[in-house]
Design a protein around this ligand. Structure first.
Ligand code: 5AD
Ligand code: SF4
Length: 472
């Protein structure tokens, strides 16, 4: 058994991680024959992509995917730690599974993902959720077959969570959700340690994948007919810094663009590492999409400092203007936290002012959620819960105005849309995303799914656009 340990998780040392190929031992084969599995995924694209790997591993063991958790033989929760409500959702689901297990004691229940890397969560699972059969962490997805095998053999709760990352594993099998859009990991972990954020503890040190492995993966996706890749990392701009002297995100973006994949996206970027060179590369290549997610978190330099963000409001605005100037029609989206412990009304006003200046194309807004083990969790709180929720409301009112305004600019224009699928609420309507990452609904044949089509925008709303397909 190995359990999480925050003291270890906090440590950072400059080291190049050894690469190993993913392997399945003979004795693990057939573990899942005639059995079904169900995975519930919480949180970000990183987790979604981990789930794509986990599904493929389970299918190699013989399991088959089921869409009904209550009828599955194996239920796995791929969890998220970023805010309290993500925790609550996973604990709520565990409560429902506990009931199910009373009538079906033979089902296997597993917990993985970010919560599995938290000291407090694992001790809760050991004490209060004894029916959970196994737990493995974000650093050792490759141990899933081993923990499954062990828990079947010992009938004890198997906990195998590495306190710290040990190696880079390549060659994971993958069952991708989409046949035309793919996530590609480029860097794991984060070394930024923003004071509110749990990620550096749950996802470990910054570790870049080798460029050859990334480019090989993208080239294969091109051969398989994929139309879009999203390069993933907690902070993609830091790519290469832990591995190369002179190969950075700028170089990787350019090399990925040269594979001729029709669309390249990347997320998430930290303003601190966003270089002029990166802006130039985005502007130069038509297949690098003109959409950048650039979390600001707050408009107050005082709060930014206490958040450990390493830039001031002015630095952010300078970078923002540079992008707007150099990347044609760039759409910039952001993340904002309100109710940080030291945020006062005038700090919040500065956030509102920044929103008015930047007029973001899209944004995700959150109330600060204290995460155990992070520095901000211990900061003195200056604001009541009610006031924080009021701020969130006021912020969203302001943000929404600009989403609508940015969508209205597209009225009457013809834009390229990668068609994702059929709109579940209207069976004749398709939906897809523009280059600038805006959602468009339009009528069309299902043959268009997975293709890039031209759509004339006929109506604009806060969250989406309507249009009609045109020939070009
Ligand atoms: N409370 C609220 N929001 C948070 N985020 C990260 N940590 C917290 C927290 N403790 C937000 C940030 C980040 C996004 C992924 O989640 O805005 O950019
Ligand atoms: Fe968290 Fe992002 Fe800051 Fe890293 S850069 S600590 S993932 S908010």
């Amino acid at each position: 058994m190995q359990i999480p340990n925050y003291k270890e998780a906090k440590k950072r040392e400059r080291k190049v991680f050894q690469i190993e190929e993913f392997q399945l031992e003979k004795e693990w084969e057939h573990l899942g024959d005639n059995k079904t599995y169900f995975i519930k995924t919480y949180g970000c694209q990183m987790n979604e992509h981990d789930t794509e790997n986990i599904k493929a591993i389970l299918e190699k063991l013989g399991f088959q995917e089921s869409s009904n958790w209550e009828e599955s033989d194996l239920i796995l929760l791929n969890t998220c730690s970023i805010r309290e409500n993500a925790h609550n959702k996973a604990y709520g689901m565990l409560g429902r599974i506990k009931h199910l297990k009373e009538s079906r004691p033979d089902i296997l229940v597993g917990v993985c993902g970010c919560m599995a890397q938290e000291e407090g969560v694992v001790s809760q699972i050991q004490e209060k959720y004894k029916f959970v059969n196994f737990v493995f962490g974000t650093h050792n997805l490759y141990d899933l077959p081993k923990v499954l095998y062990q828990s079947g053999k010992t009938h004890h709760q198997e906990i195998e969570v590495l306190p710290k990352e040990e190696k880079l594993v390549e060659g994971f099998p993958v069952k991708r959700e989409s046949k035309h859009k793919a996530f590609v990991n480029i860097i794991y972990g984060c070394d930024k340690f923003c004071t509110y954020c749990i990620v550096p503890y749950t996802r470990g040190s910054q570790r870049s994948r080798h460029k050859e492995d990334i480019l090989r993966e993208v080239e294969q996706l091109v051969k398989d007919g994929y139309q879009e890749v999203t390069l993933l990392g907690q902070n993609v701009n830091a790519y290469g810094k832990d591995l190369y002297e002179d190969y950075t995100m700028e170089n990787l973006l350019e090399d990925v663009a040269k594979t001729n994949i029709p669309r390249v996206r990347f997320m998430t970027s930290h303003p601190w590492d966003f270089t002029d060179g990166m802006i130039d590369v985005i502007a130069k290549y038509d297949n690098i999409m003109n959409a950048v997610h650039l979390p600001v978190q707050s408009g107050s330099s005082k709060v930014l400092k206490q958040m450990g963000r390493r830039y001031t409001k002015e630095d952010y605005l300078t970078l923002f203007s540079k992008m707007k100037e150099k990347i044609p029609n760039v759409a910039i989206s952001t993340d904002i936290i309100v109710g940080f412990p030291t945020e006062e009304e005038e700090d919040f006003q500065e956030t509102l002012d920044l929103v008015k200046t930047c007029q973001f194309d899209n944004a995700y807004s959150f109330v600060f959620s204290p995460r155990e083990g992070t520095p901000a969790c211990k900061f003195e709180n200056k604001t009541s819960e009610e006031e924080k929720n009021q701020r969130l409301y006021r912020l969203n009112e302001e943000l929404n105005k600009y989403f609508l305004k940015s969508n209205e600019k597209l009225l009457g224009k013809t834009v390229k849309v990668l068609v994702d699928g059929v709109n579940p609420t209207n069976k004749t309507a398709l939906y897809g995303y523009t280059e600038s990452n805006k959602l468009v609904n339009f009528d069309g044949s299902i043959d268009c799914i997975g293709k890039i089509v031209s759509v004339k925008i006929t109506d604009s709303k806060t969250w989406s656009l309507d249009g009609t397909i045109v020939d070009e």
